[in-house]
Ligand binder design. Structure first.
Ligand code: GAR
Length: 189
């Protein structure tokens, strides 16, 4: 069975959805959730679903081998960033070439880059009166939101859309497609 490790910083609704998807699927399972926020709700979700979790701080991620060692031990087939706020270190990327993916709540390269996270993305999309937005799943490289794009799904925005309605539509797309894209990658690998 293939092994998935999830990094998340916040609510973790995508993490929960991925965990549940692979609890019903023999191809893979989520073996560990890692978070840089000790109060993040993703940790509560992981516990409820009996998935082990660990927390760390930014300095441990960047200046120590702790996370690299945890990952080496875990030996994941895929590392999934699901709402992870920090830049993923290139020292760790080196150990997992083409094995780290991220989901972004916009059609990259639009609305990507440092600080473009969660609601801020949707607020910018609505403010700029974009005609469409969507989700992007991509390999992670050493720059924010710039790795090779694996999958995108878009939808049209209406005049009535607000950042909240866009966030809900984005989440629905993420729940539908993120586990499937993960499954496809693991199936091929
Ligand atoms: C998701 O919409 C994800 O695309 C976004 O954060 C949200 C996390 O929601 N990621 C980014 O903005 C990355 N730049 P969740 O914690 O409920 O899964």
């Amino acid at each position: 069975m293939k092994r998935i490790v999830i990094f998340a910083s916040g609510s973790g609704s995508n993490a929960e959805n991925i965990i549940k998807y692979f609890q019903k699927n023999k191809l893979a399972k989520v073996t560990l959730v890692l978070s840089n926020k000790s109060a993040a709700n993703v940790l509560v979700r992981a516990k409820k679903l009996s998935v082990p979790s660990k927390t760390f701080n930014k300095s441990e991620l960047i200046n120590s081998d702790r996370i690299a060692n945890i990952l080496r031990n875990e030996s994941p087939d895929l590392v999934v960033l699901a709402g992870f706020l920090l830049k993923f270190p290139k020292t760790i990327l080196k150990d997992f070439p083409n094995k780290v993916i991220n989901i972004h709540p916009a059609l990259l390269p639009k609305y990507g880059g440092k600080g473009m996270y969660g609601m801020l993305v949707h607020e910018s999309v609505v403010k700029n009166k974009e005609s469409e937005t969507g989700i992007t799943i991509h390999y992670v490289n050493e720059n924010y939101d710039e790795g090779t794009i694996l999958f995108q799904k878009s939808f049209q925005l209406s005049e009535n859309d607000t950042s909240e309605s866009v966030a809900n539509k984005i989440h629905e797309l993420e729940y539908e497609f993120f586990p499937k894209v993960i499954e496809e990658i693991l199936d091929k690998g």
